[in-house]
Design a protein around this ligand. Structure first.
Ligand code: PHE
Length: 346
């Protein structure tokens, strides 16, 4: 037994030494260490020995077994480590190679200009207000001095929502203008007020190069004591000069909107031709920019503002048209299309 064991010991030792890969390991495991392997056989033989021989032989066998198992374990760890190193070698990456460029999205040109507008008006003390896009007839028309029978309703071809509205506030409409937020803010915040309202509006228009059924407006409202149209002229001149980064002239012409009295249209001097006349200003030297006027006393009343003490002006311009002007975009549909080749230019 002793002799057999020492023989086995040298045999297994040299077998383990010559192992090159995990397949070799497997062979050795099966041959010597498995349940039917040589070491297990030795254990069986131990049982056949006489009681005198057993303890010594048993001890020796145990020692040999432990020694060989440790050797085997050591070798398998080494093989595993080598395998991993080889794997890593194969998977080598060049960490200095330039990466795959990450395509970040960017802000839509309308939003870019909207943020600029907000910043300029904020610097003049205006706060930014918001209102619902699905509006009631009351806020979109009635409260703004446009009763149901009034022909001024025809100025804005309206989308009605096919759902029952509030019995007092009338039917639901997609707001045709940002002006209803004037009324909402007067009612909730009262005078004095200094706000702008950028927002999306909807009209039932046939689409062409300069019209779309959805577009963006910016409403303005200033209410305080001793306010006149001179303040409006000053504010707008300052606003446009900051936006276009040069001195911009503005002019007033009479205009009609039921919620202002007097009402006016404001133009600014064409920046493209310096008033020499071009396609953008239709040879007039002036670009039509917005509607405005002194807030009508009926509107102040509906807004629960004391029209004896306070007065103010309101304006509304097309943000979409301003963006087109700023970047020389000749077709509104490009702005609302999903052609990223166009949008990526901004
Ligand atoms: N809401 C008007 C429009 O959409 C513009 C406007 C706003 C006119 C405020 C006067 C005062 O045409």
């Amino acid at each position: 037994m002793q002799e057999k064991l020492s023989h086995l010991r040298t045999e297994v030792e040299s077998a383990i030494k010559s192992v090159k890969n995990s397949a070799d390991l497997e062979v050795i495991h099966n041959k010597y260490f498995s349940r039917k392997g040589e070491i297990a056989l030795m254990m069986q033989e131990l049982g056949k020995l006489s009681p005198e021989e057993k303890p010594k032989a048993g001890q020796l066998l145990n020692e040999t077994k432990k020694h060989l198992e440790a050797l085997f374990e050591e070798k398998s760890q080494k093989i595993r480590a080598d395998g991993m190193a080889a794997e890593l070698e194969k998977e080598w990456v060049d960490v200095t190679a330039p990466g795959i460029p990450y395509k970040a999205g960017h802000v839509h040109p309308i939003s870019q200009v909207q943020y600029e507008v907000e910043e300029i008006f904020s610097s003049m003390g205006f706060s930014i207000e918001d209102g619902p896009e699905v509006e009631s007839e009351y806020y979109n028309f009635e409260s703004l001095n446009i009763p149901a029978s009034h022909p001024a309703r025809d100025m804005q071809d309206t989308f009605f929502v096919d759902k029952e509205g509030d019995s007092e506030l009338g039917r639901l409409v997609l707001r045709t203008q940002t002006s209803p937020v004037q009324m909402r803010t007067m009612q909730t915040k009262g005078a004095p007020l200094r706000i702008i309202v950028p927002g999306r509006v909807f009209r039932n228009e046939a689409t062409d190069a300069s019209h779309d059924a959805t577009f963006y407006q910016v409403e303005g409202l200033l209410i305080d004591e001793n306010i006149s149209l001179a303040h409006l002229k000053g504010v707008m001149q300052e606003f446009l000069s900051k936006l276009f980064k040069k001195n911009v002239l503005v002019r007033f012409r009479p205009g009609y909107f039921p919620f202002v009295e007097p009402g006016l249209e404001m133009d600014f001097a064409c920046l493209i031709c310096n008033q020499k006349g071009c396609r953008v200003c239709k040879q007039s030297g002036w670009v039509e920019f917005m509607g405005a006027g002194m807030v009508h006393p009926n509107v102040l009343k509906a807004g629960k503002i004391d029209s004896k003490k306070y007065q103010g002006w309101a304006f509304g311009f097309g943000l979409t048209r301003l963006v087109m002007m700023k970047y020389g975009i000749t077709d509104i549909r490009l702005l609302f299309g999903a052609d990223t080749r166009f949008l990526n230019q901004f």
